[in-house]
Design a protein around this ligand. Structure first.
Ligand SMILES: [Cu+2]
Length: 65
């Protein structure tokens, strides 16, 4: 699943997002492309649940799926 997160600006953001995702799926694989403000997540959890966790961590999810 790919998520567009425009306010993901640095590795600190990536770490926060990774922690938020792994809080709901400890086995999730998170790969961030900082320049593109995109995150690729491998997880069995539904995209909307992952997007909710990311926005609860304080980030804007511009698109998910
Ligand atoms: Cu940051």
């Amino acid at each position: 699943m790919r998520f567009s997160i425009p306010d993901m600006m640095c590795n600190g953001c990536v770490n926060s997002i990774t922690r938020a995702v792994q809080a709901i799926d400890p086995k999730a694989q998170v790969a961030a492309d900082l320049a593109a403000h995109m995150v690729e997540i491998e997880s069995g959890q539904p995209a909307e649940k992952l997007a909710a966790a990311i926005s609860d961590a304080g980030f804007t999810v511009a698109s998910a799926g």
